[in-house]
Write a protein that binds this ligand. Structure first.
Ligand SMILES: [Ca+2]
Ligand SMILES: [Ca+2]
Ligand SMILES: [Ca+2]
Ligand SMILES: [Ca+2]
Length: 437
């Protein structure tokens, strides 16, 4: 018997039915059947999974791609598929691990897998696109409030950016309105990556206060120097500030001619100052005045004239100098008139109006024109009277002028009991009076 069964026959997986037929030379046949069951227990092989990679953002995670995956099987065709992603270790939207599995499946259901690890890790800070500019202000009150909305930033992954700020840091402060502020803003993405920007605000008060109420330069009499004005000051930062005052005197050409320089100074909290001055020119232009000089008087020669000097007062000088000049006019006989003129001069040379007083010295008048023809002897009679307001006294001596004098008549004219006055003159117009008897 000869077999013609093929030696390299390949069976498929599963049940294969083999019919054996025996044929003799006469064509008689006999058959039997053989079942060959092929079982594939060997899984496919798989390779070519996409390489592991790291991306920054979710958006950068590639879609599954089987194109590079290669799978083979010893028995049958193999199907490659994407099995799925498993996410682990996620700490924020853009920081986690993807385990991506690809699977090869043969017709017997045998499988093999390979995995790709995709790391999502955002390590990139936002980019700040706008920020508050550095600035300088004069006063603490002008420092702007912190403003997060003034900071804008973008995140590489497109996630939301949160803007925050630190507490202002103050440095270099030397006074209430002179220091530096460092104001730090932060822009932070969803994974905590942070960019920062510092705004420097310089506070520097360089402006002095402004004075008000400073009077203009003025001239004043020495006894009418005005008191210092009430000057006030306002500062751009400090509001009302204290004003200090000083006064200096510059001597002039005499004690009551001088200048007063009044200076007002205001200083703010940072030492900026403002000052203003007023110059007052003080002068004594008023002369002294005299009073109390003695009355006009008459004395009897040869007495020495004695004057009662006036006293002087001045608006500014406590002790004006008093001087005088005498003018003598000779009258008749031994009579003369002395006119004394006083003037007072103050320390600045201002001269008073002069005051004068005449004092006349006269020789005794003679009562040579007594009533009647008789002159009676009135020896050692004192005669008192007033002439032109001045008291005078003369001692008169009368001589009997005639032996024929009618004594009786003379005694009755005037009546001896009636005190009367005769007038006699000294020939200079100076009347004298004699008592009657
Ligand atoms: Ca297989
Ligand atoms: Ca980022
Ligand atoms: Ca100021
Ligand atoms: Ca004076």
């Amino acid at each position: 018997m000869v077999s013609d069964a093929p030696g390299d026959f390949t069976f498929s997986t599963g049940t294969n039915r083999v019919v054996w037929t025996a044929t003799d030379i006469h064509g008689n046949q006999s058959t039997c059947t053989q079942q060959v069951i092929v079982v594939d227990n060997e899984p496919p092989t798989i390779s070519g999974c996409p390489t592991n990679l790291t991306v920054s953002c979710v958006a950068n995670v590639p879609v599954p791609d089987i194109s590079s995956v290669v799978a083979t099987d010893n028995c049958s065709a193999v199907t490659v598929s994407f099995e799925g992603d498993v996410i682990s270790g996620q700490s924020c939207p853009n920081r986690y691990t993807i385990t991506r599995t690809y699977k090869a499946t043969n017709s017997s259901g045998n499988t093999a897998t390979c995995t790709q690890t995709i790391t999502v890790d955002d390590e990139t800070a936002p980019v700040i696109t706008s920020r508050p500019a550095n600035l300088t202000v004069s006063c603490a009150s002008a420092v702007p409030a912190v403003d997060d909305t003034a900071v804008n930033a973008t995140a590489n992954c497109g996630d939301a950016v949160t803007i925050t700020h630190d507490t202002d840091a103050i440095s270099g402060q030397s006074c209430a309105n002179r220091y530096t502020i460092s104001r730090i803003y932060h822009a932070t993405d969803a994974c905590g990556n942070m960019a920062s920007v510092t705004q420097t605000i310089t506070v520097n008060d360089t402006t002095g206060p402004v004075l008000s109420g400073v009077p203009a330069d003025a001239a004043a009499a020495c006894d009418a120097v005005p008191s210092a004005a009430a000057v006030t000051a306002t500062d751009d930062c400090d509001g009302s500030v204290t004003v200090s005052f000083s006064e200096s005197r510059g001597d002039g050409n005499c004690p009551n001619n001088y200048t007063l320089t009044r200076t007002w100074t205001a200083t703010d909290a940072c030492g900026n100052t403002a000052s203003a001055t007023q110059t007052i020119t003080v002068q004594d232009t008023t002369g002294p005045s005299l009073s109390g000089q003695g009355a006009d008087a008459m004395i009897e020669s040869p007495a020495t004239p004695v004057f009662t000097a006036p006293t002087a007062s001045d608006n500014c000088d406590a002790s004006p100098l008093i001087g005088f000049t005498d003018l003598t006019n000779q009258l008749c006989g031994a009579s003369y008139r002395v006119t004394r003129t006083w003037t007072a001069t103050d320390a600045c040379g201002n001269v008073s109006a002069p005051v004068t007083r005449p004092l006349r010295s006269a020789t005794p008048p003679h009562h040579d024109q007594l009533p009647g023809r008789c002159a009676h002897q009135y020896r050692h009679r004192s005669v008192h009277g007033r002439q032109r307001g001045a008291r005078y006294r003369h001692r008169l001596r009368y001589q009997r002028r005639s032996r024929h004098c009618d004594q009786r008549r003379a005694r009755h004219v005037p009546d001896r009991h009636q005190r009367g006055v005769w007038t006699a003159t000294d020939g200079c117009g100076t009347p004298a009076a004699a008592p009657s008897r």
